[in-house]
Ligand binder design. Structure first.
Ligand SMILES: [Zn+2]
Length: 318
């Protein structure tokens, strides 16, 4: 595959992307092909993982063993190490404790000391420190519903949005480093009807039984929701990398389960992008977009041309 020209921001800085996720494995199930694509293009990518995933259920029957359950924290760290090297990223733990997914009626209370119950200021401060030291131009997180209603995902949204603002504010968290303005903030936008309808169509066209038919039959079109889709990043060439990263989280994904029941080629043909909603932008960009760095990135050739023939003479070094 031919590598596209290296891109930088207008200040000549390398492009940096920060994904904020709730648990180890979320970086591989949401936006992982986008990550792999940008890494291949020379963009630096970091994942900040809010919790250690200590309360995640074991979702792979082959891994559901007492010895694994007893060491789940350690095992999930090792799984994350593997996924990190498959994706070619940097990763930091924010160090909070998984809240678990409460189940039952009435719902049981959240466990004391968990991420969803920790002081929001403390959590935001820790992410602000990461933002100010990593200095990403683009950041991603979940929408206000968490993408799905896990208390840690909703909390991850709250912490990320607050930290996006606070990182740029010189009066906020002065001990956490010099202010940094992230240029763009996105929400992952993966569960929408349009995508599942397209995948369903591709399955039927290939003469295969679609696992989406039942869900789609009950899923009313929701134009207001679909309108949130602003940005589709073409990354089908990296779906296989995404799948490998996901399988590295062996306790969390069943290789025989529904995720892998749809062939890779169907995913690539049916819906070849990962999707996002742009929610904040400090740069000028035109919607819809196909690049998280639209309005931020310039190519090295642009930088050289600018240096040879400056558009703005006041910027010539004297
Ligand atoms: Zn999660």
């Amino acid at each position: 595959m031919e590598r596209p020209p290296l891109r930088l921001d207008a200040a000549g800085e390398p492009l940096r992307l920060l994904h904020v996720h709730a648990h180890p494995d979320d970086e591989s199930s949401k936006g992982a092909a986008t990550t792999a694509k940008y890494v291949a293009e020379g963009v630096e990518v970091m994942v900040a993982t809010c919790t250690g995933g200590e309360r995640g259920d074991i979702l792979n029957p082959a891994m559901d063993r007492p010895d694994i359950l007893a060491n789940i924290g350690e095992i999930r760290r090792a799984e994350m190490d593997k996924a990190r090297s498959i994706l070619g990223i940097e990763q930091v733990w924010l160090g909070f404790v998984d809240s678990g997914l409460p189940e039952g009626d009435p719902l049981p209370p959240l466990p004391a000391g968990c991420f969803a119950l920790t002081d929001l200021d403390v959590e935001v401060g820790r992410l602000v420190e990461v933002i100010r030291s990593y200095r990403p131009q683009v950041m991603t997180t979940y929408d206000e519903n968490g993408g799905y209603p896990h208390p840690d995902h909703i909390r991850c949204h709250q912490v990320s949005v607050a930290a996006y603002d606070a990182a740029a504010d010189p009066d906020a968290y002065p001990e956490a480093g010099d202010p940094w303005q992230v240029s763009k903030l996105y929400y992952h936008f993966s569960f929408h009807r349009q995508r599942f309808a397209a995948l369903n169509h591709a399955m039927i066209e290939a003469g295969l039984e679609s696992p989406y038919a039942e869900r789609l039959a009950k899923w009313e079109p929701d134009p207001a929701h679909e309108q949130r889709l602003t940005t589709r990043v073409p990354c089908a060439d990296y779906f296989a990398t995404r799948d490998r990263a996901l399988l590295a989280h062996a306790t969390q994904i069943d290789p025989e389960g529904p995720w892998f029941s749809v062939p890779l080629e169907i995913h690539q043909r049916g819906w070849p992008t990962e999707d996002y909603q742009l929610v904040r932008s400090e740069v000028v960009t035109e919607l819809p977009e196909d690049d998280l760095f639209a309005g931020v990135a310039v190519t090295l050739d642009d930088v050289r041309a600018e240096a040879a023939e400056p558009a703005n003479p006041s910027r010539v070094p004297t």
